[in-house]
Design a protein around this ligand. Structure first.
Ligand SMILES: NC(=O)C1=CN([C@@H]2O[C@H](COP(=O)(O)OP(=O)(O)OC[C@H]3O[C@@H](n4cnc5c(N)ncnc54)[C@H](OP(=O)(O)O)[C@@H]3O)[C@@H](O)[C@H]2O)C=CC1
Ligand SMILES: CC(=O)N[C@@H](CCC(=O)OP(=O)(O)O)C(=O)O
Length: 311
């Protein structure tokens, strides 16, 4: 606690893409942000000292550095701060709470009470947001052979990808992760409730921020006689009342960067009844609801505060 009675927060990695986004958003919360002298920002002693002095540490680091920071906290025993980790390192660890408040009715309370919260990945936010309610409702079987196509703005690759795109101007669009086995697969499989990992084809475009995650489905491969409207209604029922996740009407075209700069996510069910085909889409900002916007929600919940309305 700071002398003004506010909770104290340290962002380890605050100069990075996600760290800067979180820092900017924390102005909406009554917290005091503590920082390390930039010259010592990677010095383990300086990081350890700062961790010991605050209520919450937000890790905005590559996975290896996040694991190192958590090991430092482990060594502090009961004096360890609470941790919100933006990396992939602990997202499927059962000792951590998954920071997707809209996932289940009980999730906000679990986040409020947690000592350690993992912030969801950007692509998983879209995929889990779409599929988990449908699998839970029995409309999509857990063993459906799910394929996921997704496109991200280049800020998704952090500082090095941003520099490459802004310096060299491209490529305009590229698939990647074609060896399959992207680092987000375990998280997507677990929280979507799938029996096997989806085929996941990510891509990156020459635009800074924005994301679409899309999932094609054959209606006749779903149990019973599921209609397009059933899928829409199940999602609408799950997210009713959410100010961040909305279920919108289908449209013929979807621009990946339309929600850039916001902390919201839009879900849609596009279908063709004659062909018995559906494409589910989630549109979000990879740096918003896909990273820093979700982190703001989680910090607010961890402090027992109401998350501010989304931009
Ligand atoms: N970009 C995105 O869309 C999203 C990113 N994330 C996750 O957030 C985390 C950070 O990613 P992002 O912000 O994009 O990456 P960046 O590369 O933009 O930022 C990472 C920051 O961490 C610093 N850093 C690296 N190693 C250490 C260390 N040992 N001690 C202290 N600081 C260190 C880096 O400094 P330096 O640059 O000098 O090495 C940099 O400032 C990753 O785990 C990523 O998976 C989560 C959701 C979305
Ligand atoms: C375009 C791009 O490279 N995107 C990153 C995903 C963003 C990220 O690393 O962060 P999260 O795991 O926390 O979402 C990737 O595919 O590795």
């Amino acid at each position: 606690m700071s002398s003004n009675g506010q909770a104290t927060v340290f962002i380890d990695g605050e100069a990075g893409t996600t760290g800067l986004g979180i820092r900017h958003r924390l102005r909406h919360l009554p917290v005091t942000v503590r920082s390390i002298d930039p010259a010592r920002r990677k010095d383990p002693d300086a990081r350890r000292e700062m961790m010991a002095a605050v209520d919450i540490v937000i890790l905005c680091l590559p996975d290896a550095a996040a694991k190192e920071a958590v090991a430092m906290a482990d060594a502090m025993g009961d004096d360890a701060p609470r941790i919100l980790d933006a990396s992939t390192a602990f997202r499927t660890d059962p000792a951590w709470v998954y920071g997707f408040p809209e996932m289940d009715a009980a999730q906000p309370a679990a986040i409020r009470a947690a000592a350690r919260v993992s912030n969801p990945g950007c692509y998983p936010t879209g995929l889990i947001g779409l599929l988990r309610p449908l699998v839970r409702a029995g409309l999509v079987p857990a063993d459906y052979p799910v394929c996921v196509n997704a496109v991200s703005g280049y800020s998704g690759g952090g500082r090095s990808m941003i520099e490459a795109h802004e310096r060299d101007g491209g490529p305009a669009f590229e698939l990647y992760g074609l060896g399959l086995g992207h680092k987000h697969m375990p998280e997507m499989t677990l929280y979507a409730g799938l029996a096997q990992p989806p085929v996941f084809v990510p891509s990156v475009g020459h635009f800074p921020q924005g994301m679409i995650v899309s999932v094609p489905l054959h209606l006749d491969r779903l149990p019973g006689r599921v209609a397009i409207a059933d899928l829409h209604e199940a999602l609408a029922a799950h997210y009713r009342g959410s100010d961040r996740v909305t279920v919108a009407e289908p449209c013929a075209k979807l621009a990946a960067d339309a929600l850039a700069g916001t902390d919201r996510m839009e879900l849609r069910v596009h279908g063709n009844d004659a062909l018995r085909q559906v494409v589910l889409t989630a549109r979000l900002d990879n740096l918003g609801k896909g990273a820093s916007g979700a982190a703001l929600q989680n910090v607010a919940l961890m402090l027992g505060l109401e998350p501010p309305p989304p931009v």
